[in-house]
Design a protein around this ligand. Structure first.
Ligand SMILES: [Zn+2]
Length: 318
């Protein structure tokens, strides 16, 4: 006690080290036990019992990854390639020159165009990146938004389904793992990692760099979910839809997606499985006659399909 009073720091440090060693020992023992547990027969049987569902979840995961990779196939100028050299006799400080980018998604312009693009992004996007205001552009934008929205929703449903499956395991250790280290349990059961919300949205840039190289502006227009929907409305307003025998063309927006899902009772119109049968079922909106085959975005040409049927349909129609 006297020593403790005289040298409190020393004793504290020894106790601390013993404590750390004990924690490290416990973690080591837990890791060794886990390694053994996840490779024993009992766990293999649990893994096998839900294997069909694991495969189904992994297929959905891959399908969503494909949806996320949807590219915006809208026109963009290829400006060609030039090489700029600073041949001036005196080397001025031209730090802003370094920011100059050459890319088909970057438009180098005057300061006034840059500022105007900031005020009216969609107008300048169409004008300077060669994006035509026509049905084809609209269909590409709608397709991308439809796929991205399905991907977002799909990821949430996939996580919920994976959690639901893991919770059905009654064995005490997986239940403990579910609480302590859910991702490890998912991995050991064979679920592929679910990457949330990492869509690489198309970005267009307007860039101004002064001739002296001392000042610059940049306006970025990211066609994310919010901007894509606004852009669809912008193009839709510019195009005047005529009434046809098939009905008035509708804009493929989140509201229309919801409307079709409600109309079809969130039931797949091919296999008739609904969210009542599978609570975490991903329902997608499909063009009955694809746009590429002359189909239109009208309510009677849209239907709710489950992701499995939509995937099969996509593979059979080319
Ligand atoms: Zn189906």
């Amino acid at each position: 006690m006297i020593l403790d009073a005289v040298f409190p720091g020393v004793f504290l440090s020894i106790n601390g080290k013993i404590g750390l060693c004990l924690v490290a020992l416990l973690i080591g023992a837990w890791e060794i036990y886990s390694y053994w547990y996840f490779r024993n027969d009992k766990f293999s049987k649990i893994k096998c019992s839900i294997e069909d569902h694991t495969i189904d979840c992994n297929n959905l995961n891959r399908h969503i990854e494909e949806l996320k990779r949807t590219r915006l196939d809208i026109n963009s100028y290829d400006y060609g390639q030039g090489d700029l050299y600073d041949t001036s006799r005196y080397r001025f400080r031209r730090s802003e020159w370094k920011k100059t980018q050459r890319d088909e998604k970057v438009h180098n312009c005057s300061a006034s165009v840059c500022k105007a693009a900031n005020d009216q992004p969609f107008k300048y996007l169409c004008k300077y990146f060669g994006i035509s205001i026509n049905e084809e552009t609209l269909a590409h934008l709608e397709n991308a938004l439809n796929n991205y929205l399905a991907a977002y929703q799909g990821k949430i449903l996939l996580e919920q389904e994976r959690d639901r499956l893991m919770q059905t395991i009654t064995d005490p250790l997986p239940s403990l793992y579910y609480k302590l280290n859910k991702s490890r349990l998912a991995k050991e059961l064979g679920f592929e990692a679910v990457r949330l919300f990492d869509i690489d949205f198309q970005t267009y840039r307007f860039q101004y760099v002064s001739s002296g190289g001392n000042s610059s502006y940049e306006v970025s227009i990211i066609l994310d979910l919010e901007n894509l929907e606004k852009f669809i409305h912008y193009i839709g307003d510019k195009l005047r839809f005529k009434n046809s025998a098939k009905g008035q063309r509708a804009l493929m927006t989140p509201q229309l997606r919801d409307k079709i899902k409600t109309r079809d009772n969130s039931t797949c119109q091919r296999c008739w499985i609904s969210v009542m049968d599978e609570p975490n079922l991903l329902i997608e909106i499909d063009h009955i006659i694809p746009i590429s085959k002359g189909g239109t975005t009208t309510e009677d040409n849209l239907q709710a399909l489950c992701w499995r049927c939509n995937r099969t349909k996509g593979a059979t129609i080319s």
